[in-house]
Design a protein around this ligand. Structure first.
Ligand SMILES: Cc1cc2nc3c(=O)[nH]c(=O)nc-3n(C[C@H](O)[C@H](O)[C@H](O)COP(=O)(O)OP(=O)(O)OC[C@H]3O[C@@H](n4cnc5c(N)ncnc54)[C@H](O)[C@@H]3O)c2cc1C
Length: 480
């Protein structure tokens, strides 16, 4: 005997298979497992099916069918979200729409300095396509091989070059998106000026798949850098790092492309994780920064500019020691140290991830206060603090003491530590999520840190676009 739920699941699978083809409608547990579990393996959901549409029309028809039959839909890109936003809950009542088959670069317009891509193009492929046309698509994040442009837009991704180029919101000119009821919003325009009313495309940026499924986008391209200089620099403390950034901006202006803070425990973790790799500097320092200068002009000697910045820093006591990359390989090694911190933490286990931003003028004070608050709760916690300090963003990720079990540490401290850190960031005029989004992980916290008016406006927008609350439900917006 079949139940009515089994009948409706079977009918859904049949209808969706009709639209995308049976091979693009996955239902077997072995086939769906990688789509129903998040990157960090913290969230395990279930789905009626994972649908892999080939084009916008198929997305639209799948959405219309689900809308008519009251079936929830979870949009998914590369599934690299750190907030659990791209996987369904455990009810098994949702359909996942993964965009990976929509992976074509549709046009590179080198005169207009724009590129039109389908949403399933990986960030790596988008950057490569731009480079082929001697242009730069400047978004740079550690997950670039897997994450997709649609996911980058939906999370308003940031990364290591925001200081110079802005985040994803600043890098997009046009969006095409399918609305929850299947209608298509066509905003694929490559215009830098367009004041014809509300900027609707920005609604989809940073909304984490709760308002529509992004199917294509027009992205801005920049001149390809032709000169660069990278330095690994020891500084006395975060306040010295902020002052050094000021010096760098004064001397190198727009060339300052990345300014990344690294605490000693973060460096130790990554050196242990990578084995043979050595610190670029002799001696142990508590705080370091990775500075990158770039320029579109090959004539510029950025190493000379870097030396000027560092010498000024040494004279004023901000810089304790420094190494300038002597080759491309050196520069890559410096960057590797920075980029592997995230995976080194995942491997070690037991880190409490707080991705916060505060105004640059208050960041040093915030780090001191938050460190004191964490150490008061757990005196042996390792302070893994790093990130995109140049734009006010730090990954403030206290790590379990070396001799403590990771599960036990997280159970004892996750809530208290993350609430303490978030509260201090908020009090400093900051944000509890700088670039990773809200997803499920921070959904309840949003209710504590947004005003009632902000929450009500967010819900009004959600209801206007998704009156049945079917698109990525129970993500981002706290329950009302
Ligand atoms: C090693 C590592 C390093 C990282 N570094 C950074 C960093 O420096 N900066 C940073 O900002 N992030 C970083 N991240 C987080 C993550 O990679 C980004 O949030 C990325 O933008 C997510 O893209 P994705 O395609 O994987 O999206 P997914 O994880 O698949 O989805 C993320 C959210 O977007 C929604 N979504 C996905 N595609 C679409 C679409 N086409 N239309 C509508 N909604 C959609 C999903 O429903 C979900 O809510 C990192 C992650 C890892 C694993």
């Amino acid at each position: 005997m079949t139940t009515s739920r089994e009948t409706s699941v079977a009918a859904t699978v049949a209808a969706l298979s009709d639209i995308v083809g049976p091979q693009a409608c996955l239902t077997a547990a072995d086939d769906t497992a990688t789509y129903t579990t998040d990157y960090r393996k913290l969230y395990h959901g279930q789905a009626i099916a994972v649908v892999l549409p080939a084009n916008t029309d198929e997305v639209s028809r799948v959405m219309a069918w689900c809308y008519q039959h009251d079936i929830s839909v979870v949009p998914q890109g590369g599934n690299t979200s750190l907030m659990g936003g791209a996987v369904p809950d455990a009810s098994g009542n949702a359909v996942i729409i993964n965009l990976k088959r929509m992976n074509r670069v549709l046009e590179v317009d080198a005169v207009n300095d724009t590129m039109t891509v389908q949403a399933g193009v990986t960030l790596h492929a988008a950057r490569a396509a731009a480079e082929e046309a001697t242009r730069l698509f400047p978004l740079r994040i550690g997950s670039e091989g897997s994450c997709q442009i649609g996911g980058n837009l939906s999370t308003n991704a940031g990364g290591t070059a925001v200081l110079r180029y802005g985040n994803m919101r600043d890098l997009v000119l046009g969006v095409e998106a399918v609305l929850p009821d299947g209608r298509i919003y066509s905003g694929l325009r490559g215009l830098r000026k367009d004041n014809t009313g509300y900027d609707l495309k920005q609604l989809f940026v940073g909304s984490e798949g709760t308002l529509g499924i992004i199917t294509a986008a027009v992205l801005k391209l920049m001149p390809l850098p032709r000169a660069s200089s990278v330095a690994f620099v020891a500084v006395a403390n975060p306040a010295a790092a902020v002052s050094l950034l000021g010096e760098a901006k004064k001397t190198a202006g727009q060339s300052v492309t990345a300014f990344e803070l690294i605490s000693r425990p973060a460096l130790d973790l990554v050196l242990a994780y990578l084995g043979g790799m050595k610190s670029p500097m002799e001696g142990a320092h508590d705080w370091m920064v990775l500075i990158e200068l770039t320029s579109g002009s090959a004539a510029e000697s950025l190493d000379q500019t870097m030396v000027q910045v560092l010498e000024a820093g040494m004279e004023s006591g901000l810089v304790l020691d420094a190494a300038i990359a002597a080759s491309g390989a050196d520069a890559q090694n410096f960057w590797r140290i920075r980029e592997e911190i995230s995976d080194a933490q995942t491997r070690t286990g037991g880190s409490i991830k707080c991705d916060v931003s505060v105004p640059l003028s208050r960041i040093a004070n915030f780090i001191a206060e938050a460190s004191a608050a964490v150490l008061a709760l757990e005196p042996s916690a390792r302070m893994v603090v790093y990130g995109h300090m140049g734009d006010g963003n730090v990954h403030f990720n206290p790590l379990r003491p070396a001799d403590r079990d990771s599960k036990e540490f997280l159970a004892a401290h996750y809530k208290t530590i993350s609430h303490a850190v978030d509260s201090l960031a908020h009090a400093a005029g900051g944000s509890i999520s700088a670039e990773h989004g809200i997803g499920v992980a921070k959904r309840d916290d949003l209710a504590r840190f947004k005003t009632p008016v902000e929450l009500e406006l967010m819900w009004q927008i959600k209801r206007a676009l998704d009156p049945k609350n079917l698109l990525n439900p129970a993500k981002v917006l706290p329950a009302q």
